[in-house]
Design a protein around this ligand. Structure first.
Ligand SMILES: [Zn+2]
Ligand SMILES: [Zn+2]
Length: 353
């Protein structure tokens, strides 16, 4: 099929300026491609700072990199996906078969240029964003993960990025030590990742989950998820905790997470420190003996487990969602900025899966 149709794509043009751009609709290019139509798109915690001009990212940038989508067309070699199927779409492009991908390091896939992702610099212009009518997905059999019927698309929309970003901070380490107490220092941007981390730790049966934040609305969500809460950042160390998470994007929150990590514990920071230079309490970390992890999530490998946890009824991402808005409301709702997690939803068009 050759398509020359146009479509709408929500585009960040500059601070506070979002526009529906008319662009040409993507077409199938490779034998492993699929075309999908996003039906539930979630905000990433990075989207609000991008829209406000608080990141180094300049426009134009197509927005949206978390979604559940409907498969609308597949290329010849895509055997296991039919049009109408609902799928989670990882935000990063990965091939699934290079050496990095086979090790689960899909953020560093060797088959595509570095940092290839939807809706984010430096390659968002090439791949488009999910607030679009049609999105092309290469390596579709590897990339796309089918959504079970029991899972609401809006509940799973953030699995593409923020939910698996939270997953990697707690799940592998609770598997090593199921009795570990967990500390989450939340609050970076709109702050969904820290809340998901607390919710996932609780869903996985952590003995004790403590959530620290200065924001009353997020503290109330953390309580609803089943976490103990502490309001405001204490100056002294907490714990010690076997597993700590810095989702604050605040140097004081990062220092608190590192200092509160117990002997041979593990601290993961998902915060993005654009300022680059941040003081760390490394002497304390050395004396205690901790593992410290930071870096971009490897989204694709964690998606099936995250979806299973939602399908099992143990993880409730919808508790973190503060608004489900219509598709056409996207520019105004994003610019307004008053959300923890905003979902844009529209009806499915198509065939039954
Ligand atoms: Zn993101
Ligand atoms: Zn690869």
């Amino acid at each position: 099929m050759v398509s020359v149709a146009g479509m709408r794509q929500l585009t960040f043009e500059g601070p506070g300026r979002l526009e529906w751009a008319e662009v040409s609709e993507p077409i199938l290019r490779g034998d492993g491609d699929a075309l999908v139509r996003p039906i539930a798109v979630a905000t990433c915690d990075l989207d609000a700072p991008i829209v406000r001009g608080e990141t180094p990212f300049a426009g134009p940038l197509p927005l949206g990199h978390e979604c559940v989508a409907e498969v609308i067309e597949v290329a010849d070699q895509v055997a296991d996906l039919r049009p109408g199927r609902l799928v989670s779409v990882p935000f990063q492009i990965s091939c699934g078969s290079c050496e990095r991908c086979r090790r689960g390091q899909t953020a560093h896939c060797e088959a595509v240029p570095s940092q290839s992702a939807y809706g984010l610099p430096p390659r968002g212009q090439d791949w488009g964003g999910f607030l679009s009518d049609v999105v092309r997905v290469p390596y579709a059999e590897h990339m796309l993960v089918a959504l079970p019927d029991a899972v609401e698309p809006s509940a799973a929309a953030s699995v593409s990025d923020n939910i698996v970003d939270a997953w990697r901070t707690v799940a592998p380490f609770l598997a090593e030590d199921p009795d570990a107490a967990v500390l989450v220092v939340g609050g970076g941007g709109p702050g969904s990742i820290g809340l998901y981390a607390a919710g996932i730790a609780i869903a996985l049966g952590a003995s004790r989950v403590t959530y620290v934040d200065a924001d009353e609305r997020r503290l109330a969500i953390a309580t609803e998820l089943g976490a103990e809460t502490i309001e405001g950042l204490p100056a002294e160390r907490l714990g010690p905790f076997g597993i700590t998470v810095d989702a604050s994007a605040d140097p004081a929150g990062l220092a608190l997470a590192i200092r509160s990590t117990g002997p041979d514990g593990v601290c993961t920071s998902v915060g993005i420190y654009f300022q680059n230079q941040v003081p760390l309490p490394l002497f304390e970390a050395y004396v205690t003996g901790i593992r410290f992890l930071t870096g971009r999530v490897h989204a694709r490998p964690a998606i099936p487990a995250a979806i299973d946890l939602i399908a099992s009824g143990r993880l409730h991402p919808e508790l973190v969602t503060t608004r489900i808005a219509g598709w056409d409301e996207a520019p105004a709702a994003l610019a307004e900025g008053e959300f923890v997690k905003l979902i844009f939803a529209r009806v499915r068009t198509g065939a039954d899966a």
